[in-house]
Design a protein around this ligand. Structure first.
Ligand SMILES: *[C@@H]1O[C@H](CO)[C@@H](O)[C@H](O)[C@H]1NC(C)=O
Ligand SMILES: CC(=O)N[C@H]1CO[C@H](CO)[C@@H](O)[C@@H]1O
Length: 429
């Protein structure tokens, strides 16, 4: 079996544009959640008025302005989610030092980069323009800016990568599916190097209205944005929508060693499952997440007791966090697992960045990889008091402050609407 390692990281998140600043701010317990009411009159009318927004400004300050990352011509052609993806891919490729020019290298380098929602802004504004002005109002760039797989397309065009080009779209599992699938493509021999991740930017009143109607969003903390995303906390009351992108460079182990690449971690296993239950609500017993994690560990040939850290999907919803908690405890305590719940170390970084939907799995995989590299577990912000006793939140959730602890093996989870669940197992190489 060909082994797969991680050799580069890149991200744009509500904490910063760039992974170094994002990680530093996360470990400093800072929050990227802000109020949306300055973004326009429609935002003010919505029940949820908080979001994880990518901070605007110059790249030197860890902030986002497209011109620091892309030429103006490309910026015009691309949706914002694709811009975040291309910027993150650029950062990750630089980090990996992978700049191939030979045909055989270009043919063995591929891209899997998805998004959950895509360019809602464009669909909305073009619909309105078409309704008012008809055919002459439609931009020739409408379709290229709309399509979800164009983020992957732009990355391959920019660098000439001729290997697999793929875009998963599995709601909030997208980013993790992209990385897991890419690791399989390398293991199977379709590519030696894969640029893999997810991107999202749909902080549009229509998206917020839709998620609010589905009763998924936090509405209780509009006046106190940094407190609004509170995974596992007793007062959690819905997720906070966020935007950004995460991209990792995955590489076949011998290929990475031969070129002396810096190896962050190894992808050991990947599990996928489905709830087969309901469109938006999880099964209470956490059957879906349990199956995904169990299969990730089985592929990894790693015992539950050897898992040092879990980066939870936990989005700060009442049902979702409780069902994942149940699943994690069931898996890690069963058989020859850990002795007791308090031996389980698990945190949700969504307290700091909110829920990045299609980008969440990729950004959180990066946090998990950095936890392994640095021997530090990122905190769950706003965890004042774990949920009520009947929820049995009795693990170590790394409340509020990062904890230093060697992490050799970690799981990172992502679950999406439609009942799709995935888990990735990464380990120190
Ligand atoms: C959980 O983390 C703490 C440090 O915060 C550490 O003392 C403990 O050993 C960890 N538990 C496991 C099972 O790794
Ligand atoms: C049991 C469970 O949580 N499964 C879920 C997988 O992911 C989504 C979102 O949390 C749910 O809709 C599924 O039911």
């Amino acid at each position: 079996m060909r082994r797969v390692v991680v050799t580069g990281l890149g991200a744009v998140t509500p904490l910063a544009a760039g992974i170094k600043q994002t990680w530093r701010r996360l470990l400093d317990s800072q929050s990227g959640i802000v109020s949306t009411i300055t973004r326009g009159p429609q935002f003010v009318t919505l029940p949820s008025r908080v979001a994880g927004l990518v901070p605007l400004g110059s790249r030197d300050d860890g902030r986002w302005q497209a011109k620091d990352w892309l030429p103006a011509s490309e910026e015009r052609q691309m949706a914002l989610f694709a811009q975040y993806a291309v910027a993150s891919a650029h950062e990750a490729l630089q980090d990996a030092g992978w700049h191939p020019t030979k045909d055989e290298d270009l043919e063995m380098t591929g891209v899997t980069l998805g998004s959950g929602i895509g360019n809602l802004d464009e669909a909305y504004s073009t619909s309105v323009a078409f309704d008012r002005g008809g055919y002459r109002k439609i931009s020739p760039l409408f379709v290229p800016r709309l399509l979800i797989n164009l983020a992957a397309g732009h990355v391959s065009m920019r660098y000439g990568f001729k290997g697999p080009n793929h875009a998963a779209t599995t709601a909030c599992t997208t980013g993790l599916h992209a990385i897991g699938d890419a690791s399989r493509m390398i293991a199977f021999g379709d590519a030696n190097v894969m640029v893999a991740g997810g991107a999202e930017s749909c902080i549009h009143p229509l998206a917020i209205a839709g998620f609010a109607r589905a009763r998924s969003l936090s509405t209780d903390w509009n006046d106190d944005p940094t407190s609004s995303s509170r995974p596992f906390d007793r007062q959690r009351a819905g997720f906070v929508i966020g935007e950004g992108a995460g991209v990792v460079i995955l590489e076949e182990l011998e290929h990475a060693k031969a070129r002396g690449a810096n190896i962050y971690a190894e992808v050991k296993g990947y599990g996928l499952s489905s709830d087969a239950h309901h469109m938006t609500t999880p099964r209470e017993d956490g059957q879906g997440p349990y199956l995904a994690m169990r299969s990730a560990l089985r592929h990894s040939q790693i015992e539950p007791r050897d898992v040092d850290y879990v980066n939870a999907h936990a989005t700060s919803t009442a049902l979702g966090d409780a069902s994942e908690n149940k699943a994690v405890k069931r898996l890690l305590l069963e058989g020859n697992g850990k002795q007791k719940a308090s031996d389980i170390n698990i945190s949700s970084t969504k307290g700091a960045v909110g829920h990045l939907l299609g980008a969440a799995g990729a950004v959180e995989a990066i946090f998990t990889i950095l936890a392994i590299r640095d021997g530090i577990m990122p905190p769950t912000l706003n965890l004042d008091q774990p949920g009520d006793p009947s929820e049995y939140f009795n693990c170590n959730y790394v409340p509020k402050v990062a904890q230093e602890h060697a992490v050799n093996v970690a799981l990172t989870n992502s679950f999406g609407f439609g009942g799709t669940n995935a888990s990735l197992c990464v380990a120190k190489y």
